[in-house]
Structure formats: C-alpha cells, structure tokens
Design a protein around this ligand. Structure first.
Ligand code: F6P
Length: 351
C-alpha cells in the first residue's frame, strides 16, 4: 500500500509531529509514504518527496511543516481536479492523508464524495474553529505564545502607565483571543462573536488603569468595528484579515476616549512558529497514528477527531459543516474574569 500526505492552509506548530507519527505507524504495516509538497498545489503538479524514518528523524520539536503548504484550491484552478485525480493514478496512491483546516478538509470531503478519492482528514488549525473535534493541535502553542506576548506588553505598559492592546489571529472564531485574555488576565477582550461595546470598554479600562496604572486589551483580528468596504479575499474566499489593523484602530479609539497613552502590537505570524508545546506534540502524534491506521484499514471519508480524551474517526462532512465559534458560557466566563462586569458576572453565577 502507498499513502500520500499533505499539509494545506496556514501552517501551525504540531504538523511535523503528525507527519512523523504517520510514517512510523505506516512502517508498522509495511506501507510506503510519500509527502506531497505545498498542499493541494503539489497534488496538482505531482511534486513529492519520499518519507521514511530518516526523513522524519528529528522533526518532532520543529515548528512549520517539512512538506511546505499553500492555500491552493484545486476546485478554483482550471483543470485542478482532473490534475489531482491524474496524480493519484500516476503516483499509484491508495490513500491520501490531508491535514488542514476547513478549506483543506472541505476539498478532501468533496473529492471523496464526488470522485470516491480515498482520503482521510486530519484537523489542523491554530484557530481551533473546526466542529467535530474538541481541540486542534497548533492552538495550544499559538495561544500560549500570545499569552506570553501579552504578559510582556503588560511589563512595558506598567513602566509607562499605558493601555496596551494585543491583536491576535484566529479568523472568525475568538478562541485564540479568549484563551490569551483569560490566561494573561486581560482587562478587556474583543471577539468576533460580538460587536465591541466601546463605551463599556472605555469605562472598564479607565477603572483598571486607575487601580493598576496599566491595562491590557486582547483583541481578535476579525473583530467587528462596524466598518464597511471591500475586503481582499484569498482563493477560498476568506478575508485577508491582517490588512484590517484592528488592534491599531482599537488603540486609537481608547487613547482618544480615555486620554490615556495607548500602544498596540500585533503578534501575527510569530504565533504560528516555534516548537510545539507538549500538548500539541502528543495530540499531533495521536492523530497521526490514528489517521495512518484509518488509511491502512481502508476507512476513507473520515476525519480524525479528539472527543474528550479519545481520538476517533468521524465523517469528514461533519467536520467541515459549521464553524466552531465561542459559545455564550465562555463569553460569560471571560466577562467575569476579564472585564469584571458585575451584571454579566451575576448572569454567570446564576447558571
Ligand atoms: O487560519 C490560520 C490563520 O493563521 C488565521 O488565524 C489568520 O487569519 C490566517 O491564517 C493568516 O493567513 P496567512 O498566513 O495566509 O497570512
């Protein structure tokens, strides 16, 4: 048996542990593994590298992906899908393990449904916004890095008696911002799941600053500031969010309305690099072994999912159906510990 493996979409820490685990599990069943270069692009162009024990040696603690990645969507390229099917034949692939977020897994799901392509999905995203899995690897490392960055901002903010704003990634789900804010003890949290209440934010920050001579705001890159206008889109139709400079805009509003000197910082792609945390190494290893196992057993059209503490296979369809956004009980918890808003805290206490 021969299986291919690809990583698509934005990279995140934990991809290399998965690749390593797939190869090690495949070897156990005498399966040959080839790496597809640069996501779906490599399958369109038949660009591969052989993967064996030697090739994956030492990659466990390394950030990024040794295979390279891209945001190529074969469904958006002329002859993209026929080229993918042709490469399958040419390489003699019996299975493909596709690692990615909703975009990459969406393509995998369509190829399975429309062309019976033997695919197994592995959920990957630092945004943690995939349904049908409790956590995705990459999230823990990224949110931990953001939390540490936030703490550094507080150190310098305290010296200068400033309000500090940290903008984090996460697209249209606020998980990264939520965990960063709770973990760093932020004074205000702005999420895409609700519109920013500017007056409430200003009041809370004034209070926090009066008490501590510093205040921290964590904002997600996709927060709604009531703006309109044409947004630039990628091949999957997603907004390129870094162009919105949300953190900078929030800092300007705060400085104007509070009269307190305010600075903003964007952690950006630094959040996606670096060694994976232990959690992401273990989760990556577990999902890699499971994915190779599903492929070996011929269980296609499935995605590996973390449910509680179990790693199981679920239908790819389920995985790509709806975005997992931050629910109201988490918002209530964040309000309690981040903004100290008595009214909202009461609502939480009575649950
Ligand atoms: O989906 C992962 C992610 O890191 C988002 O949080 C972010 O908006 C986006 O990718 C950035 O994409 P790119 O690397 O293409 O700039």
């Amino acid at each position: 048996m021969k299986i291919g493996i690809l990583t698509g979409g934005g990279d995140c820490p934990g991809l290399n542990p998965v690749i390593r685990a797939v190869v090690r599990r495949a070897i156990q069943s005498n399966i040959t593994v080839v790496g597809i270069r640069n996501g779906w692009k490599g399958l369109v162009k038949a660009e591969i590298i052989p993967l064996n024990l030697q090739a994956v040696s030492g990659i466990l603690p390394r950030g990024g992906t040794i295979l390279g990645t891209s945001r190529t969507n074969p469904y958006k390229k002329e002859n993209g899908v026929p080229a993918v099917l042709e490469t399958f034949k040419k390489l003699g692939l019996d299975a493909l393990i596709a690692m990615g977020g909703e975009d990459t897994l969406g393509v995998a799901s369509k190829l399975y449904k429309e062309h019976k392509c033997p695919v197994v999905g592995v959920p990957k995203t630092m945004d943690n916004d995939l349904s049908a899995t409790d956590f995705t690897f990459g999230f823990d490392t990224s949110a931990t890095l953001a939390m540490e960055a936030a703490e550094r901002l507080v150190d310098t903010g305290r010296s200068h008696r400033r309000v500090m704003v940290l903008e984090v990634m996460g697209r249209h789900a606020g998980w990264v911002a939520l965990y960063t804010a709770i973990g760093a003890g932020a004074d205000y949290l702005c999420l895409p799941e609700r519109k920013v209440d500017v007056e409430d934010m200003v009041r809370r920050l004034k209070e926090a600053h009066a008490r501590k001579k510093v205040a921290l705001v964590v904002t997600s890159e996709a927060v709604d500031l009531g703006e309109t206008g044409k947004e630039e889109l990628d091949e999957f139709g997603h907004m390129i969010l870094k162009k919105r400079a949300v953190g900078e805009k929030i800092a300007e509003i705060i400085e104007k309305k509070t009269g307190i000197e305010t600075r903003s910082a964007v952690i950006g792609h630094m959040q996606r690099g670096g060694a994976p945390t232990m959690f992401d190494r273990i989760l990556g290893t577990r999902v890699g072994v499971k994915a190779a196992g599903l492929a070996a057993e011929g269980k296609f059209g499935q995605m590996v999912s973390l449910q509680g503490n179990d790693v199981v296979g679920v239908s790819l369809d389920k995985a790509t159906g709806t975005l997992k956004t931050v629910p109201t009980d988490w918002l209530a918890l964040a309000d309690l510990v981040c903004t100290g808003c008595a009214g909202k805290a009461k609502a939480l206490a009575s649950r």
